[in-house]
Design a protein around this ligand. Structure first.
Ligand SMILES: C[S@@+](CC[C@H](N)C(=O)[O-])C[C@H]1O[C@@H](n2cnc3c(N)ncnc32)[C@H](O)[C@@H]1O
Length: 295
């Protein structure tokens, strides 16, 4: 197999131009990420580095670029996304983790500063496990139960837990919060031991708005991970109506919300006896996380 020694920029420049021409602003970064994937090199690669590359690898790289040109996000091509301190694997049943959701991890750390505390955590709607696994990593004495209606997404959490050596403190629970008495079913599985912390980033996009989302979202993120029902608030209604039954006294709840949902979710929470303790904004200034402390 012949191997070329080439400057990375010479190789990727024509591909950058093709991606720019269809309006992809992150064209340079995307090309370098796809080249890293091709070469199975997971450290940062720079434009003006020299590399050895075979004809087959060039073909593989160009194939990945073709997928990007057809609108597939880089994270879906390489099936990976970095979140908090780790690289998470994705599958077609999981949401592509968003950096805005890191606000929830920041909130937990602010409210639970003792990293060595034993914390029993439930991650409601766990997707890739990005939230719960990041907490397991931050709190080495904690345990997290991952709860999702999608078996395929729970398999992905398990794979990520394995990759990060966090399997031992994880539990996987396949339940649906729209089912009556989901809290009782959950407590039966957990031998009636309640949680210190509940975290959730539930689906919160109003059904009719999904079709207006960017193609990269509506085509590649699973509908079930986006769909919040007619007004976007269905999951909050289902979760909040039973949530206090599964949390210990002095326990804490951290809920991610969508833009403009602060007052609506607060109203649902108050109806179920929960008073917000704090609202936290994400980097764009959008209120993203509501924290509740149980009395
Ligand atoms: C917005 S995604 C969040 C995923 C992940 N926690 C994150 O932050 O990237 C919502 C998750 O809730 C799950 N889900 C949707 N409806 C559910 C239900 N009725 N019961 C349990 N899980 C549900 C979806 O499968 C999806 O994994």
């Amino acid at each position: 197999m012949t191997c070329k020694n080439i400057d990375i920029y010479t190789l990727i420049k024509p591909e950058i131009l093709k991606l720019r021409n269809i309006g992809i602003e992150t064209a340079n970064l995307d090309c370098r990420l796809l080249l890293s994937e091709t070469l199975e090199r997971y450290e940062t690669i720079y434009n003006h580095q020299n590399i050895y590359i075979t004809e087959n690898e060039i073909k593989k790289f160009q194939n990945l670029i073709q997928q990007r040109l057809r609108g597939k996000p880089v994270s879906r091509i390489i099936n990976k996304r970095s979140f908090w301190k780790k690289e998470f694997e994705l599958n077609d049943a999981t949401l592509d983790p968003r950096s805005d959701s890191e606000t929830l991890i920041e909130s937990v750390i602010e409210h639970c500063p003792n990293k060595l505390e034993f914390l029993k955590v439930i991650d409601l709607g766990s997707g890739t496990g990005c939230l719960g696994l990041s907490l397991l990593d931050e709190y080495p004495c904690s345990e997290v139960s991952f709860f999702d209606t999608s078996k395929k997404s729970l398999e992905m959490v398990k794979k990520n837990a394995q990759n990060f050596d966090l399997l031992e403190r994880s539990k996987y629970i396949n339940l649906d919060w729209n089912v009556r008495d989901w809290d009782k079913k959950l407590m039966k599985i957990e031998n009636n031991i309640k949680y210190d912390i509940a975290i959730s980033n539930p689906p919160y996009i109003p059904t009719n708005d999904i079709k207006t989302l960017r193609k990269e979202v509506k085509k590649y993120d699973p509908f079930i991970a986006l769909n919040g029902g007619k007004d976007g608030l269905d999951s909050y209604r289902s979760i909040l109506s039973n949530l206090t039954n599964i949390i210990k006294p002095n326990g804490k709840i951290f809920l991610e919300i969508g833009k403009g949902q602060k007052n609506y979710v607060t109203k649902i929470a108050i109806k179920h006896g929960l008073l917000p303790k704090e609202y936290k904004k994400d980097l764009s200034g959008v209120t993203r996380v509501i924290t509740f402390v149980i009395n």
